[in-house]
Design a protein around this ligand. Structure first.
Ligand code: PMP
Length: 383
């Protein structure tokens, strides 16, 4: 029996050795020259990963939820209107955060596993004339992939800022923040970026920064105010020490290590690998007769799978898969929580992890064979 299971949940994900090693380094001052170097590389690396060369990245201690709150707190003022493209649990969280910051929210929702009709989103935006339009790139509760490029275009055409929750997409799905005109994109360290949990990341376009500068009221969150962090990040980018609140030194160095590996692979190759692995998982689910939550392949994420339990199987499957050496996750969406499980396939995940995971699920289902063969058929045909 192996001492350590394979962790295949939709974040936190398996770490590459260089990332684990960075976490184990001895104590270091947050003002040390080598830390300034690492931070500067992280900021440059994030601009490359988000494909947003002119944007301002912010990296602070916290999880993805803080990144959501940071984007919202800096973008909206009390009484502003917001349209939320609602694809599940994390879109609902975004709506809640917006309301807490005083926005009037219109939600455009879809059935479980679907994305809202773009014409309906456009009608809502034309009617509400919002300051911001938000979209969850990959809703981790449903495995649904939203059309970010189209939503960002639509927001821009109507004079609104777009906010993209990329917590479960950045580093795995195609996201061209600059070309697509996304204004605020956010993520966290523990998913497709391949670092441990603990860093909240927000990248703001020039337009978003201009809108922030034009605010009439103070940002209602002290720790999340761009104004507190901008001088610090500008200093770090110039490799100069500065202080507002203590950065998590080891985590930033771990992100530096994971970004190095990500950029060495290159974003196009990385996205293509995620697509290939996701297709292999989809082939396996279909060979095993398992249905997925996303209504069609067009709206299925490449960073995770959300799969219904077959008839006669319940949530105890997750524990049985763990006994087979692979950790997968249960359901999350309140409408179907006990009816499905989720498998993360992001970061460095490749053929070996995919086959090990499908194999463990097959054994736990008592139906070994067909899924692995179907996945293998996809993985064997490198394009
Ligand atoms: N948005 C999405 C799409 C997520 O998947 C998650 C985390 N699963 C979050 C936001 C919140 O991130 P965190 O759990 O790191 O606060």
């Amino acid at each position: 029996m192996k001492a350590r299971p394979l962790v295949m949940i939709p974040g936190p994900i398996e770490l590459e050795p260089a990332v684990t090693e960075a976490m184990a380094r001895p104590a270091k001052s947050h003002l040390a020259p080598s830390f300034m170097d690492a931070f500067a590389r992280v900021l440059a690396g994030l601009r490359a990963v988000f494909e947003a060369p002119d944007a301002q990245p912010f990296v602070v201690a916290g999880s993805g939820t803080l990144a959501m709150e940071m984007a919202v707190a800096n973008a909206v003022e009390r009484g502003d209107r917001a349209v939320v493209v609602d694809t599940g649990y994390f879109s609902a969280r975004m709506a809640d955060i917006l309301e807490r910051h005083g926005a009037e929210v219109t939600r455009v929702s879809a059935a479980l596993g679907a994305v809202p009709d773009l014409a309906e989103v456009e009608r809502a935006v034309a009617e509400a004339r919002p300051k911001v339009v938000t979209v969850t790139h990959v809703d981790t509760s449903t495995g649904v992939l939203a059309p970010v490029e189209a939503v960002a275009r639509l927001a821009r055409e109507h004079g609104a800022l777009s906010i993209v929750d990329g917590v479960c997409s950045v580093g795995g799905e195609l996201l061209r923040m600059g070309d697509w005109g996304v204004d605020l994109a956010l993520t966290a360290s523990q998913k497709a970026l391949g670092a441990p949990p603990g860093l909240a990341i927000v990248v703001a376009s020039k337009r978003a920064m201009d809108a922030w500068r034009a605010r009439k009221t103070k940002v209602a969150a002290y720790y999340a105010d761009f104004g507190a962090w901008l001088p610090i990040h500008e200093a770090y980018a110039a490799k100069k020490p500065a202080y507002f609140a203590t950065p998590p030194v080891q985590l930033v160095e771990a992100l530096d290590a994971s970004l190095a590996s990500l950029l060495a692979e290159g974003m196009p190759a990385r996205v293509a690998r995620h697509v290939r692995v996701a297709r292999a998982f989809r082939a396996a689910w279909s060979a095993l007769g398992l249905k997925t939550l996303p209504a069609s392949d067009d709206v299925a994420a490449h960073t995770l799978s959300a799969v219904y339990y077959p008839p006669g199987v319940d949530a105890s499957l997750v524990a049985r898969v763990a006994e087979e050496g692979v950790v997968v996750a249960g359901g999350l969406h309140p409408d179907a929580r006990t009816k499905y499980f989720r498998v993360g396939h992001m970061g460095a995940t490749d053929a070996s992890e995919a086959l090990a995971t499908v194999g463990a699920i097959e054994r736990a289902l008592g139906a070994p064979g067909a899924g692995v063969a179907a996945a293998q058929a996809v993985l064997g045909t490198r394009r």
